[in-house]
Design a protein around this ligand. Sequence first.
Ligand code: C2O
Length: 518
Amino acid sequence: MVTVNGRFPGPRIVAREGDRVVVKVVSHVPNNISIHWHGIRQLQSGWADGPSYITQCPIQTNQTFVYNFTITGQRGTLFWHAHISWLRASVYGSLIVFPKHNVSYPFAKPHKEVTIMLGEWFNADSEAVIRQALQTGGGPNVSDAYTFNGFPGPLYNCSANNTYKLKVMPGKTYLLRLINAALNDELFFSIANHTFTVVEVDATYVKPFETSLLVITPGQTTNILLKTKPIAPNASFYMLARPYFTGQGTFDNTTGAGILEYETSSNSTTFTPTLPPINATNVVANFTRKLRSLASSQFPVNVPQTADKKFFFTVGLGNSPCPKNQTCQGPNGTKFSASVNNISMALPSSALLQSYFFKKSNGVYTSDFPSFPLHPFNYTGTPPNNTLVINGTKLVVLPFNASVEVVMQGTSILGAESHPLHIHGFNFYVVGEGFGNFDPNNDPKNFNLVDPVERNTVGVPSGGWVAIRFYADNPGVWFMHCHFDVHLSWGLRMAWIVLDGTLPSQKLPPPPSDLPKC
Ligand code: C2O
């Protein structure tokens, strides 16, 4: 497997809000690679964002690229990961941003802080898994385990002795920074016999609420406060992570586990938490609807009250024709695909940001991505007869600082499932969500424009929709995609161009001289 500095998960990066981060990446592997700083806004530093063929060409064997960016106006739990093929299965690590000196959390200082990275383990080479799936047109092999900080845990035969253990003292508060770095699965997470308080998601503070269960999509982070029991019990407690899934394909339905252990106890029994059924969409909706921005004077919301640009995007699966002289393993002998507004994005062989910056878009991309589906249908009803997608590299151009609304409608083509949509370069506010088809006349009346949660990755509900808003205040080319790597690989991806503003501080600077070439 490919690792960073020989470690799995990779090294943790710790910074403070306002810090400049400089990371020199040298490739000692045959694989092409690039690294993305997931959730970092990259204001005026789009060249450091990292997705291959979007903001840069990949770093090739023996090449070096220095990522150089400043963390502006953000603090919290984020992570970094490889952004090419399926390399992020083993190439990821945490990126923790502390508040500025002398700035405290909006909650009492915890006794200790702990990072738990949930991941997904493949016995096979993860890049070979997706390569084979794309060649045959079928669904890829599923993973073999879920991991806690790299360890699958005692519920797998292979791993009983190598288990992530969180040792705690009684009567203390721990801040747990949870990161879902899994490739293809949303996860339920719970700790036996304990409740906890959610205080932050995607590096933005939320109104605290208590729960015994949370759900976290790939690309999301969640900070919780865990208050330990006043007297150490004679027991230990499983922390479990198991997928939430409503689709039709095969998936890894195993359970990853870590152990919560009190330092002074003798641990005679281990308690197990109850997790909801694997397809418990109502449990997911109940959880996500509790998430509200803090919306305090220190952490105000900046949600557009109106939108200059409105988009309606269908997100979901589809299929594309099987090439001649080939047999394909997708539905009815086709190839699996996924799309936004029925367009499955083809990655260029150069990088979009360079093409845009040097005004050489010819043959690389066009700027005609549709704002609405070309052929509307009943998105959550019976799928249309023709489910074939169009391949293309089409972008949307946004004027600097436009207020943008995007409604993302899940479709039931090849089965309804949730899609964790992630946008690079921005945080957005989740102003509404619902089941069924979005109703443009009535649903906007119920949008939350007061304290909507702010995040960088949102689960489009299975059989439903979400509405998000943000200001396009960051010039550059920004990727948006499903954070399930299988859907990303199948084309559920698109990109925005945000034009320069007029002030020097609103312009994208020229690229660094070591930017890799394709
Ligand atoms: Cu976490 Cu495009 O990435």
